[in-house]
Design a protein around this ligand. Structure first.
Ligand code: NAD
Length: 452
């Protein structure tokens, strides 16, 4: 029996003892909270080694949100998990009819590397809250973080119910051969298809948190200084390696130069004249991704930035101007610090352009004019929509977070995680009395009996 098979087996056996179900799961969540507090330093150090993020950056973008998520779950779990009475019809008036959220069983969480704690532990929180056993597979790309997770999680939460399995593609493939009750995958769309294919063999439901190109439309009627500051933050945080980073800008040709100027100004303010030595500016995760991103520059004009250093996986915050739709940088999600600007002649053209692409994970619009915001909202589709800011919808856990079409399926955060990883069991409890009320449904079905 493989190591992966053994871990799944143990998790299933632990689930079958029933110990993940009672509200004792709140204790497991509190233990996870304790881990985040007590081991802050080890977590941040590992993230720094993997992605070059500062300690403050790691806390701000990774663990702070998790603490909020745990608090929400702990505070509301009793209410979320309680059976909900529903409306009855004439035939069931004297019965008890309700929806009871129940655990699904054993959930597989496959994490990605770009926010290695956030995207692995956040689904784990929802899965624990919903009463499941969970096999956790952190991304192998973040070597140090995966090791810290493997070492620390068993010290704080039930190691049989929530085992960590580390490894790369072969180990993930072995895991995917096992039977799960749900698979929660975060990563790219190509692998997302492989996950769904493997899940289909066992008819296992999936949540796919994928990526893609998130467009950013800037209207002429807009405070460009503020807009570009927010866009620069959204783009260059984590060196552009954010699933909801604004991928490219669409704007009128007449404001292109101002946009370049204002983004450049914000970059200076955030990361100084020399981002390479600035502790708040990260690095590309590895040389494979460094080369992938650099190759995208081949047929575009660099307006700002472009400096790079392969040995340090450094690419400066870069702006590309007059980019054509068929340029290399427009063919796939950038996932790096390049910001292409595509001049576009009208809002109609922008909407047409957005709708020609796959449905994005996030869609950004900057305008003072509500009509523009509403037109973008009403005439397009995307996982989430944000007007006049970037990224912050991720932090609002009363909003569902997830993609649509090529950017994913299913959603999570807050109660949405709990619902996504629960089975909503419809229950109808009748008494063995009042049989007379049922006479109409039993054959023979005569018009006389039915009163027709
Ligand atoms: P990755 O390489 O870390 O892969 C993610 C997981 O898939 C890992 O656990 C890995 O072991 C597994 N995997 C990789 N190749 C596999 C294969 N051939 N078969 C089976 N399993 C395999 O991450 P990535 O895909 O490079 O992540 C970046 C992508 O993730 C981007 O597209 C980004 O937009 C997206 N993303 C989405 C979200 C979201 O919440 N929607 C969050 C973060 C990242």
């Amino acid at each position: 029996m493989s190591r992966e098979q053994k871990a799944v087996d143990r998790a299933r056996k632990a689930f079958e003892t029933g110990r993940s179900k009672p509200l004792e799961r709140i204790r497991q969540l509190k233990n996870l909270q304790r881990l985040l507090t007590e081991r802050k330093k080890e977590i941040a150090d590992a993230i720094k080694k993997d992605l070059g993020k500062s300690e403050e950056g790691a806390q701000l973008y990774e663990t702070l949100g998790l603490e909020g998520e745990i608090n929400t779950a702990v505070r509301n779990l009793k209410e979320w998990a309680a059976p909900r009475p529903v409306q009855k019809n004439l035939l069931t008036l004297s019965d008890t009819v309700y929806i009871r959220p129940e655990p699904l069983g054993v959930v597989l969480v496959l994490g990605a590397w770009n926010y290695p704690w956030a995207v692995t532990i956040q689904p784990l929180i929802g899965a624990i809250a919903a009463g499941n056993a969970v096999v956790i597979k952190p991304s192998e790309v973040c070597v140090h973080t995966a090791k810290v997770m493997e070492d620390l999680l068993p010290l704080y939460i039930d190691k049989e119910l929530y085992p960590v399995v580390t490894g790369g593609v072969p180990e993930t493939q072995e895991l995917l051969r096992q039977r799960f009750d749900h698979i929660f995958y975060t990563g790219n769309s190509m692998v997302g298809k492989l996950i769904m294919e493997a899940a289909a063999k066992h008819l296992t439901p999936v949540t796919l948190e994928l990526g893609g190109k998130s467009p950013c439309y800037i209207d002429r009627n807009c405070d460009l200084t503020i807009a570009c500051r927010r866009i620069a933050w959204g783009k260059y945080t984590n060196c552009g390696q954010t699933c909801i980073a604004p991928d490219y800008i669409l704007c009128d040709p007449s404001i292109q130069n101002r946009v370049i100027e204002e983004v450049q100004k914000a970059v200076k303010e955030f990361y100084t004249d020399d981002p390479k030595t600035c502790p708040d500016y990260g690095r590309i995760i590895n040389q494979r991704h460094f080369r992938r991103i650099m190759a995208m520059l081949a047929d575009s004009t660099v307006a700002v930035g472009g400096d790079n250093d392969e040995s340090d996986c450094y690419i400066a915050p870069t702006i590309l101007k007059d980019v054509k739709p068929d340029a290399k940088v427009m063919q796939e999600e950038i996932f790096g610090p390049l910001l292409p600007i595509l001049p576009i002649s009208s809002l109609d053209e922008a909407i047409k352009f957005i709708n020609k692409g796959e449905k994005p994970l996030a869609l950004y619009v900057f305008s003072h004019d509500n009509k523009v915001v509403n037109r973008i909202r009403d005439e397009t589709s995307s996982g989430g929509l944000l007007a006049n800011d970037c990224l912050v919808h991720f932090s609002v856990n009363s909003l569902p977070f997830g993609g649509v079409g090529n950017s994913g399926m299913g959603c999570y955060h807050g109660k949405f995680s709990f619902d996504q990883l629960s089975h909503q069991r419809g229950c109808l409890i009748k008494q063995l009395k009042m049989e007379g009320m049922n006479s109409m449904r039993y054959p023979p079905h005569t018009a006389k009996k039915l009163g027709w």
